[in-house]
Each structure stands twice: as C-alpha cells, then as structure tokens.
Design a protein around this ligand. Structure first.
Ligand code: HEC
Ligand code: HEC
Ligand code: HEC
Ligand code: HEC
Ligand code: HEC
Length: 235
C-alpha cells in the first residue's frame, strides 16, 4: 500500500477537512456581505409601469417642486406618491401638446384615469416592518434635504435607491447631522443643495455650510431628538 499512496497522503483527510471549512467560511462570508440588504438595495431600480415617471423632466426641466406631487412630505410620517388626477391636470388630451409628449407615451396615464384605477408604481424605498418609527415629516421639517436620503432625484430618468437605508446609515446621521442640515425653505431645492454641498467640498467629507448654526437652532426646539436608543426606532 505504501508504494501506491505516498506518505504525505496521510494528511489528506485533515487537509481536505480544513480546506472544506475554509471554503464554507468564505461562502458564508460572501453571502453575508453581498446578500445583506445594505449591499443589494443600493441601486434598486424596478421597471415602472408604462413609460414610467421621468423626474429629470418634471423636476429638472420643468422645475416642479416635490410638494406639487408628494403633498404629504411635510405633514405626514409617511410620504406619498401622487394619484393619477395629479398627472391628468397636465396630461389630459389637448393640454401638453402632442408634438411635445407623443400620445403613445402618455396613454397609460389616460387609460388609468379613464378606468378610475391607480397606476401600480413599484415602491423603491421601503423599511422593514420591525422598524416601527421613521417619521418622514420630522426629518424634512428639521431641514434634512430629500437630496441627503434620496440622491439627485432631479436628474433621474428612473428613481433608484441611492443610500443604503441601513441602521448604520440612520445612526451615522443622528450622531452628526450637521453635514446634512439646510435652511428649511431649501429642503426641496435639490439643485441648490447639490451646489452648496459641492462648493463645501465634494465626496464623503461634504459639509453643509452653516450646518453647525442650523443644528444649534434645531437644538433650541423643545422636542428636538436625535435618537440612538433601540426603542426609538424598534418595538
Ligand atoms: C409631477 C409629479 C412629481 C414631482 C414634481 C416629483 N415626484 Fe417624486 N414621484 C412621482 C411619482 C409618480 C413617483 C412614483 C414613480 C417612481 O417611483 O418613479 C415618484 C417617486 C418618487 C420617489 C421614490 C418613492 C419610492 O417608491 O421609494 C422619490 C424618492 C421621489 N419621488 C422624490 C421626489 C423628489 C425629491 C422630488 C422633488 C425634487 C420629486 N419626487 C418630485 C411624482 C413626482
Ligand atoms: C405641471 C404639469 C405636469 C404634471 C403635473 C405632470 N406632467 Fe408629465 N409632462 C409635463 C410636460 C410639460 C412634459 C413634456 C416636457 C418636455 O419634454 O419638454 C411631460 C412629460 C411627461 C412624459 C413623457 C416623457 C418622455 O419620455 O417624453 C411622461 C411619461 C409623463 N410626463 C408622465 C407624467 C406622469 C405619470 C405624471 C403624474 C405623476 C405627470 N407626468 C405629471 C407636464 C406635467
Ligand atoms: C432622513 C432621510 C429622508 C429624507 C430627508 C427624505 N426621505 Fe423620503 N424616504 C426615506 C425613507 C427611509 C423612506 C422609506 C420609508 C418607509 O419605508 O417607511 C422614504 C420614502 C419616501 C417615498 C415613498 C413613499 C411611498 O409610499 O411610496 C417618497 C415619495 C419620498 N420618500 C419622498 C421624499 C421627498 C420628496 C423628500 C424631501 C421633501 C424626502 N423624501 C426626504 C428617507 C428620507
Ligand atoms: C441625514 C440625516 C438623517 C438620517 C439619514 C436619519 N435621520 Fe432620523 N433624524 C435626523 C434629525 C436631524 C432628527 C431630529 C429632528 C428633530 O428633532 O427636529 C431626526 C430624528 C429622528 C427621530 C425622532 C423624531 C421624533 O421627534 O420623534 C426618529 C425616530 C428617527 N430620526 C428615525 C430615523 C430612522 C429610522 C432613520 C433611518 C431609516 C433615520 N432617522 C435616518 C436626521 C437623520
Ligand atoms: C435611528 C433608528 C434606529 C435605532 C436607534 C436602532 N435601530 Fe436597529 N435598525 C434600524 C433600521 C432602519 C434597521 C433596518 C436595516 C436594514 O433594513 O438593513 C435596523 C435593523 C436592526 C436589526 C436587524 C439586523 C440588521 O442589522 O439589519 C437589529 C437586530 C437591530 N436593528 C437592533 C437594534 C438595537 C439592539 C438597537 C439599540 C442598540 C437599535 N437597533 C437601534 C434603525 C434603528
């Protein structure tokens, strides 16, 4: 036997067991990292019904304010997407000229309106149910721009998820919100915010000019809270 199997083969079972364990660890690590929501949710961009809704045209080119459609962002803990009637205000027949918006591209909106149905927009940003408390309006009221959490919507032909929306992401900002605070009346002016943050130094070190002053204003408010305790966001 010893001539058929060289002596080093005695280590084979140990070596293969070790190798197997390593491979398993690597596989677990890879799955852990890449399949964790933090990784795969960023960039999430589902196919929307019809021709979709081009924010870059309505916000970037036409200059519509977010609140024209997302009417509840300042009043409600949950943001809202507009109903079809909001679109029909401009896209009913004989409103926006056919040579500007070809009827075929807007037919899905008119069909939904005629059938009294809502358009089934696919939701992009969604917190898991065990996150009990994310008061959307409180953030907007505090002077956190849509830009900080949703990215440059005014340039997006199709909305995608820009930020990880993980627990670490929430806590990072709660520990130091100053880079993200802007004057309340600029919250929906994404082009202004982008310009200011870029001027203050682009990239991860972006600081909002005057962020410290805005934070101290915020801290004077009676109910000011930047929670890091579990119960504030979870049951
Ligand atoms: C003319 C109406 C209109 C205006 C103005 C508008 N939106 Fe929207 N928005 C929509 C519609 C319709 C959807 C759903 C379709 C989609 O997700 O693309 C949407 C979706 C979104 C979403 C994704 C929601 C999700 O599913 O997670 C975000 C974020 C958003 N809008 C932010 C903004 C911001 C920020 C502004 C202002 C800079 C803005 N919108 C202006 C109509 C509008
Ligand atoms: C305030 C008026 C207004 C509202 C409200 C509005 N739109 Fe528009 N929309 C326009 C105009 C104007 C254009 C053409 C802009 C251009 O190309 O110059 C347009 C273009 C479009 C296009 C064509 C894009 C392309 O590829 O040519 C689509 C699709 C569209 N809108 C969908 C919607 C939907 C869906 C809603 C409701 C959530 C909506 N619009 C609300 C004014 C509006
Ligand atoms: C502090 C971060 C933050 C800011 C600031 C913020 N959002 Fe959001 N937004 C979120 C998160 C997180 C969600 C998902 C919430 C959930 O699942 O309950 C969301 C959800 C939404 C939705 C989807 C609502 C739905 O029912 O489909 C829209 C639309 C939206 N935001 C628009 C806006 C607009 C417009 C602004 C600026 C006025 C804004 N957001 C500012 C973090 C933010
Ligand atoms: C970019 C900055 C930023 C991000 C990201 C952010 N927050 Fe906040 N959050 C704030 C600020 C600023 C306040 C303080 C608002 C105030 O007190 O006026 C706040 C307050 C809160 C409060 C207390 C509100 C109250 O008055 O009861 C809760 C709860 C909260 N955030 C949850 C979350 C959760 C959950 C996430 C992640 C999904 C998140 N936040 C992400 C900036 C942020
Ligand atoms: C500012 C809000 C906030 C606070 C405070 C907070 N969490 Fe979270 N937590 C979140 C959000 C948002 C998620 C969802 C993350 C995701 O979808 O990836 C989460 C997810 C989790 C998860 C699921 C695993 C994961 O990482 O996705 C656990 C467990 C958890 N939190 C425990 C805690 C504990 C324990 C505390 C207190 C030390 C705490 N959280 C405080 C917002 C918060």
């Amino acid at each position: 036997m010893s001539t058929i199997f060289p002596k080093w083969m005695n280590h084979f079972p140990t070596a293969s067991a070790f190798g197997g364990a390593m491979a398993l660890c690597t596989a677990v690590g890879v799955v852990w990292y890449y399949f964790t929501p933090k990784f795969w949710e960023v960039g999430y961009m589902p196919t929307q019904p019809g021709s979709g809704f081009p924010h870059h045209i309505h916000v970037g080119k036409l200059g519509l304010d977010c609140r024209y459609c997302h009417t509840q962002v300042e009043n409600s803990a949950e943001a809202n997407v507009p109903n079809v009637a909001t679109c029909i205000g401009c896209h009913a027949e004989n409103r926006v000229r056919d040579d500007i918006v070809p009827p075929a591209r807007i037919q899905f909106v008119r069909d939904a309106y005629a059938a009294d149905e809502s358009i089934q927009w696919r939701r992009i940003h969604k917190l898991p149910d065990f996150v009990r408390n994310f008061p959307h309006n409180v953030h907007v009221d505090a002077g956190v721009s849509c830009y900080s959490c949703h990215g440059m919507i005014g340039r997006m032909p199709v909305v995608h998820q820009q930020e990880p929306i993980s627990m670490g992401w929430c806590l990072d900002c709660h520990r130091d919100p100053t880079p993200h605070l802007v004057p309340k009346d600029k919250v929906t002016d994404l082009f202004w915010v982008e310009e200011q943050l870029a001027a203050a130094g682009n990239g991860p070190t972006q600081r909002s000019p005057g962020g410290e002053a805005l934070l101290s204003e915020l801290q004077k408010k009676p109910l000011h809270l930047l929670p890091e305790n579990c119960g504030a966001c979870h049951y």
